[in-house]
Design a protein around this ligand. Sequence first.
Ligand code: ARG
Length: 471
Amino acid sequence: MSKKSPVSKSPVSRSGRFAGGPAADVAQFTESISFDWRLWKHDIQGSLAHATMLQKIGVLTRSELSAITKGLNQIGREIAAGKFSWKPALEDVHMNIEAELTRRVPAGAKLHTARSRNDQVALDVRLWLRDEITALLGEIAGLQRALVSLGEKNAGVIIPGYTHLQRAQPVYFAHHLLAYVEMLERDCERLWDCHSRVNVCPLGSGAIAGSTLPLQREFVARLLGFVNDGGEVQLTQNSMDGVSDRDFLIEFSAAAALLAIHFSRLAEDVILWAGTEFNFIKIADAYTTGSSLMPQKKNPDIAELARGKTGRVVGNLMALLTLLKGLPMTYNRDLQEDKERVFDTADTVRATTRLLDAMLRNTTVNKAACAAAASDPALLATDLADYLVRKGMPFRQAHHVVGAIVALAEKAGKPLNQVTLAEFQSVDKTFGRDTLGVFDLQRAMAKRNITGAPGTKEVAKQLAKWRERLS
Ligand code: ARG
């Protein structure tokens, strides 16, 4: 925009009705080209399909279609090469491309027949989001594979599992990692489900009320791949809803927010494990950062930023919900505010997925520290109660008896596995010679073999299942 003139050149949307262009600060306030230019590929994709249909119904001649197609492809090549000059006075990506096409190809003036920027922008965002979701799903699978690999590489490693961040019961390290694989799988299901509602073609809705021209909506939708798994074409069924619906962006943002929440939980575990107090893992130097002051520091910044960026992803969801709230039908310019939020969400979760993947692939496990932590016999206090249950004692009583043993050991200042048989029997006669066998960690792990438990066989089975499913 020119700084000299308070009035910019009249954009195409104002031709005819307006005496001049908008004031410079209005143009600056209303433009979206500074961020929606990134929809260019999908805008051209949509225009090519629309033009093909316009030729089919006789609005364009064959040679006009061919000129428009060539012109759009040429513009696409220039944009890809960074040689296209975007004009803020033309407001958005749609008008920039159309105006430039029309400047080069007279038939370009027919391209907008029976189309409005209202259905055009809805189409572009759906096309863009479809690609983003597909790419994100691939990246999440990569992160799941990284979790499975780290688990496989450390298949025998046992750590304390925590509740209330207090040592609870022993689990395989792999079992802990597989918990995140399960979470991420649900995220993928949500994203894929959302994809089915993104994958619906709004083109033909026009500005609000469709068109009097005999558009072939199915034809355009098929060209653009708006078909479900059964091959049925997916069209929006109400022109007013078609131009004003942004539910699919909110669904995506909500699924992405939950994904980011899962990232932040994983990040928190990683941060704790990498700390000196836990010392369970070591993140490779290339995936950590130093301190500008303290020479000894190695900080888990990737994990911290994964945790921190959750704030903006959740914030973007709130912004979009607030944006839609109370909007009257149908298109309102407010909707232009959707793009920066979803772009930011998609960029943030995709980058975080890739970085967590890379970080975990460059993380090693400190087996000795894990073994030392897992050797705490208190982790097997519940196994001791189960031992009594096997001998016929009601669990509530067993819980009480073991509680008394824990108190006895604490008072004597020794670990549970150093309590003598005589001391065990002083609390309850049910304890037999095999009592201390309960504290054999390997045997204890072998016993946890119901579905979903961290048993030796069960975890191996789960690792193999995920390896196979993610391959
Ligand atoms: N840049 C606009 C947006 O992102 C495109 C649609 C504008 N339509 C209109 N009638 N002003 O929402």
